[in-house]
Write a protein that binds this ligand. Structure first.
Ligand code: PRP
Ligand code: ZN
Length: 288
């Protein structure tokens, strides 16, 4: 026991690269050897454990790891007592019911009497009960997508991200059961350990700063002086924009932090209000 905070991430899969990227953006320096069971960060009191994603909620609940990065789908399925500290905005996917090509389902009630193969029996059963559907759930431990062609089930219920797996197996989406993204979860008793709690606070601050920065961009432009009121109306800034004088007395430079996804909605309005030399820059960290 070295007193380090122990963070579990997926060993190999959809969330692995993005989890490692997030930690590196948090300024953590570590070898990314996912063949090893764990690595220790060189510049922060953190051990990173590489585990199967399906095992992460239970390991965190049992205290093998203090915190973990895992999909909401997995925590809901495992029904563990592991509070979500932060939604991480990556690893977005949906748990869907899919059918073989040519065997379309028109309404939810068409599922009645069918067999559905899945690795998510808990979530699927909840969905079926809520929608008053009587279907047989077949629990598999993997490779669900081949179940219909093997004659094991009529339908599948599985995670879909890009849709490639469905396409390769000649399956089509029919109904959405659950939306998911990666989240940071913790054990309930981390807060009881003062030192680990401090490390976790500091890690969370860094993670939140990276997430804020990702959601925002730095907008710079020049505008005619008289356009300032109009431009201020258009910019959805967190605080008021920074306004700087230019050598040309009739112009101003305006800088503002904006939500990244709003840029294309406002750029035409900015131009018609007279803005020129519009620059949009990434922000690396943002401490609020
Ligand atoms: C899911 C699912 C498919 C794949 C779908 O697995 O079981 O294999 O992702 O992704 P696509 O739509 O981009 O093709 P997951 O990543 O959850 O891995 P696991 O089954 O190993 O836990
Ligand atoms: Zn998994």
């Amino acid at each position: 026991m070295n007193g380090n905070l122990k963070l579990a991430i997926q060993k190999k899969g959809r969330l692995t690269d993005k989890s490692v990227e997030l930690l590196k953006l948090c300024g953590l320096d570590f070898e990314n050897y996912s063949e090893r069971l764990f690595v220790t960060a060189r510049n922060f009191p953190l051990d990173i454990l590489f585990l199967r994603d399906d095992d992460i909620p239970e390991y965190v609940q049992d205290g093998v790891a203090d915190v973990g990065i895992v999909g909401e789908n997995v925590i809901y399925e495992k029904q563990t007592d592991t509070p979500v500290l932060e939604k991480l905005g990556f690893g977005r996917c949906s748990l869907l019911i899919a059918h073989p090509e040519g065997k379309e389902l028109k309404t939810l009630s068409d599922i009645n009497g069918k067999t559905i193969a899945t690795t998510y029996p808990v979530i699927l059963n909840d969905f079926l009960v809520k929608n008053n559907i009587n279907a047989k759930v077949i629990e598999l431990s993997g490779s669900v997508e081949i179940a219909p062609s093997l004659g094991v089930a009529n339908l599948i219920c599985d995670i879909v991200s890009t849709g490639n797996t469905l396409m390769l197996n000649k399956l089509k989406k029919s109904f959405k059961v659950f939306d998911s993204q990666a989240v940071l979860i913790s054990a309930k008793d981390v807060s009881g350990n003062k030192k680990k709690n401090e490390i976790l606070d500091s890690l969370l601050k860094r993670i939140r700063s990276v997430l804020n920065a990702r959601r925002s961009k730095y907008l710079m432009m020049n505008i005619p002086k008289e356009a300032l009121p109009r431009i201020s109306e258009i910019i959805p800034s967190l605080k008021s924009p920074t306004v700087l004088p230019l050598a040309d007395e009739n112009s101003l430079a305006v800088h503002a932090v904006i939500p990244a996804d709003r840029f294309w909605e406002i750029v035409d309005d900015l131009k018609s209000a007279g803005a020129s030399g519009i620059l949009l820059l990434p922000i690396e960290n943002m401490i609020l």
